[in-house]
Design a protein. Structure first.
Length: 263
């Protein structure tokens, strides 16, 4: 059984935290084969960290709000270190249309979406691989939602030395409490390392994805990477019933600071 460390607290992310969160993400995910194939040899450079921090801290899209939480370890002298992060996107206002069954987000956001240009995943990224991984995963998630409102777990990461202490479950349960309070289904994309955790919390496999890494430019000599899109049905609670307006439409949550990877 995991033991709770009293020196680690779960609190909301502040705007100035994103550079540290980008570095945390790099420690957890940056040295994987997927990271190497997708983002190249400069994926952990200072410029890459600055860009990632800006992306994590960018404003949410129309119809979306965010829930960004961090785990902070407090040292003996009061110094704080971010050792975990969970980033959620809450999307409401979807009507179940055929287009919404194929795309995440809202029609309002699509209407003002800008062309991402020749480097939609950042400098040095393998566009074909990132499209196969991230864009296709989002398409599967959209199908899983049936075009309705959702809470998407974009990233869940814990510093390696703090893993196997129940901290990932702690952050996941915090976000699911909010999703359940609002009566929202939840979606995510998981690597094999996180599947067990998510299944224990009510997620079911929706679409298995496999990538033959050797078929991509930087994947020579590498094997197969596996990824699973998972779905958790909405759970109706007394709170979610009270959160409904007289017209029966759930309220939008308040604006927050935003933050896609799950172990």
């Amino acid at each position: 059984m995991a033991t709770q460390d009293p020196t680690i607290k779960l609190v909301p992310v502040l705007p100035g935290d994103f550079p540290a969160i980008a570095r945390l993400e790099s420690v957890v995910f940056g040295e994987t084969d997927v990271g190497a194939v997708g983002f190249g040899p400069d994926r952990n450079s200072e410029d890459a960290m600055d860009l990632r921090a800006a992306i994590l801290g960018s404003p949410p899209k129309l119809g979306e709000t965010v829930r960004n939480m961090k785990l902070v370890r407090v040292g003996p002298s009061g110094e704080e270190e971010i050792v975990g992060y969970a980033g959620w996107v809450i999307c409401v206002g979807r009507t179940g249309s055929e287009e919404e069954k194929k795309r995440l987000g809202t029609r309002e956001a699509w209407a003002v979406q800008q062309d991402p240009g020749a480097q939609p995943f950042g400098p040095g990224a393998d566009v074909r691989f990132c499209t196969d991984l991230f864009v296709r995963a989002d398409e599967h998630m959209a199908r899983a939602t049936a075009g309705k409102d959702y809470a998407k777990l974009r990233m869940l990461c814990v510093l390696p030395e703090c893993q196997r202490m129940g901290l990932g479950a702690r952050m996941l349960e915090d976000g699911l409490q909010e999703a359940d309070r609002r009566g929202l289904q939840s979606i995510l994309g998981a690597s094999p390392y996180g599947i067990g955790l998510y299944r224990r919390h009510g997620y079911v496999d929706f679409e298995a994805m496999e990538f033959k890494l050797w078929e991509y430019e930087r994947g020579k000599g590498m094997g197969v990477a596996k990824h699973v899109v998972m779905h958790r049905p909405a759970v109706t609670t007394q709170h979610s019933l009270r959160a409904e307006s007289p017209s029966g439409n759930p309220e939008r949550i308040g604006d927050g600071q935003p933050a896609d990877r799950c172990p």
